[in-house]
Design a protein around this ligand. Structure first.
Ligand SMILES: [Ca+2]
Length: 486
């Protein structure tokens, strides 16, 4: 065990930014230490093997070459990955970090100060935005490194104005989150002023979402392009009096404020007008300068009756606004009514609470499930949960696991065509499409690394078909038992 501890001490002492002593003494002491460690290892190998799984905090795997130093540090030090993010994103002299709730100074290149040391305790005295910004700017802090694992258990930190949602939403930008640690960049005065123009006080981000206001065939708050018509007779609407008919090559759009990196849900009611079959819904994300970052497209069916569609979108980092666009897909005309665009989660990401493996036949899965799932059902010892034709969920991302495994049961004989395919999307990118067998199935899809950068990913399933069992009103797709990263 002594040798393990020796390796541990050596790694800590020589591992970070500190350099080992130079010259002859370095090589002599190093060689001596190596010999001692080697002899120690051989002597204690049996004990080592017995205690293999008991001492996760001690870097025996590193010493044995089973784990890289980076992986070991990342696993054992909560703020290590955040430090690496800062080290690779900024030059050390560019930034100055205030650490809230514990930190490891050794692994950050830039200057870092703990907020609970005498130097910085007075940051907790500030009770308003002006005082707090003045304090931070006077000391040239540019970033906050927050270890929520500690902050959430320390009421005087958690309740401080510095950690309030109000302050962080108005004056800081989340740049990085993982493992309950977040990095915030403090905004400049100009950025704060511009953000204040965007931040809404209401849940619903769209203006006039049910097309109840407008005149002369034009809905207020919406930009109309090409051929669109507001019908206020109440005879064509889904709710209230107004609905809009969008014809071929026409479109409706509106710019709304959004929260970077958060999930937003677009709800749309649509039905086919003359010649209409499908509708295209687009969300274009913009940064603070109005520059378009990306457009996410959805194509949904348009039936003769009104149909409700729910679509999750994840805002990119840097996004402050989005343009919502509605139009018929390809040709024909489509009616739209009763839209809604809201953010789904709270303001702060909740990284550690999302599991990378969800067992859907338990009620505990509810916290990660979006739309499209029914309640858990039970008969004897059996428990199961049906998905409708489409369903989505949030799945935590786990380092080194990029295969998405879906297990479930399909009764393909119940489908009209006797067969069905399942499409799997990760953050709206198609990552898998398979024919389902009749009976139990296990499907695996590789998820590209670039989709696994955040603490969670949106997984959406779409079936090519669904069925309504006799005597039931529910539309059923498949039973999903588990969705896991492996
Ligand atoms: Ca309406």
């Amino acid at each position: 065990m002594i040798s393990i501890l020796a390796a541990y001490v050596i790694d800590r002492a020589y591992g970070g930014r500190r350099r080992p002593p130079e010259g002859k003494w370095r090589s002599l002491t190093s060689a001596a230490v190596d010999v001692v460690v080697l002899v120690g290892f051989v002597a204690t190998l049996p004990i080592l093997l017995v205690g293999f799984w008991l001492y996760d905090e001690i870097p025996y795997k590193v010493a044995l070459g089973l784990e890289s130093r980076g992986d070991y540090l990342s696993r054992t030090i909560p703020t290590y990955d955040a430090d690496q993010y800062l080290n690779t994103t900024y030059r050390a002299e560019q930034i100055r970090i205030l650490a809230v709730g514990g930190y490891e100074a050794l692994y950050a290149d830039a200057e870092i100060h703990p907020s609970d040391q005498p130097c910085c305790l007075s940051v907790y005295d500030a009770n308003d935005e002006e005082q707090l910004l003045a304090w931070l700017r006077q000391r040239r802090f540019t970033h906050l490194l927050v270890n929520y694992g500690i902050v959430h258990g320390t009421s005087w930190m958690e309740n401080a104005y510095l950690m309030s949602r109000q302050f962080l939403e108005r004056c800081a930008q989340v740049e990085y989150t993982a493992r309950n640690v977040a990095v915030y960049r403090l905004l400049s005065d100009t950025e704060i002023q511009r953000r204040a123009l965007y931040l809404p006080a209401v849940d619903e981000l769209l203006q006039n979402p049910g097309f109840e206001d407008g005149e002369d065939g034009v809905p207020s708050s919406w930009d109309t392009h090409g051929r669109t018509k507001l019908d206020q007779s109440g005879e064509r609407s889904h709710g209230g009096q107004g609905a809009v008919l969008v014809k071929r090559k026409g479109s409706l759009s509106q710019v709304v404020p959004v929260w970077a990196k958060e999930i937003h849900i677009l709800r749309v009611y649509n039905r086919a007008g003359p010649g209409g079959e499908k509708a295209t819904l687009g969300v274009t994300w913009h940064d603070v300068d109005g520059y378009p970052l990306r457009t996410d497209w959805w194509v949904v069916a348009a039936a003769p009756q009104w149909q409700e569609h729910h679509m999750p979108f994840k805002a990119p980092a840097e996004a402050v606004a989005a343009t919502i666009l509605l139009r018929p897909h390809a040709s024909g005309t489509v009616w739209f009514d009763d839209l809604s665009f809201k953010r789904e989660l709270g303001s702060l990401p909740t990284p550690d609470s999302l599991s990378s493996c969800v067992e859907l036949n338990t009620p505990e899965a509810d916290g990660q499930l979006g739309r499209g799932w029914y309640e858990v059902e039970e008969a004897g010892a059996q428990r199961w949960r049906w998905m409708a034709q489409e369903g989505w969920l949030l799945l935590g991302v786990e380092r080194g696991k990029d295969t998405l495994q879906v297990e479930g049961y399909a009764a393909t004989e119940r489908f009209q065509t006797g067969a069905a395919t399942l499409q799997v999307f990760a953050n709206e990118q198609l990552v898998g499409e398979d024919w389902l067998p009749n009976g139990d199935f296990v499907l695996g899809s590789e998820v590209p690394r670039e989709l696994l950068q955040d603490e969670f990913v949106i997984i959406r399933f779409r079936l090519s078909d669904a069925f309504v069992p006799e005597g039931e009103l529910r539309e059923l797709g498949i039973i999903v038992d588990s969705v896991c990263f492996r």
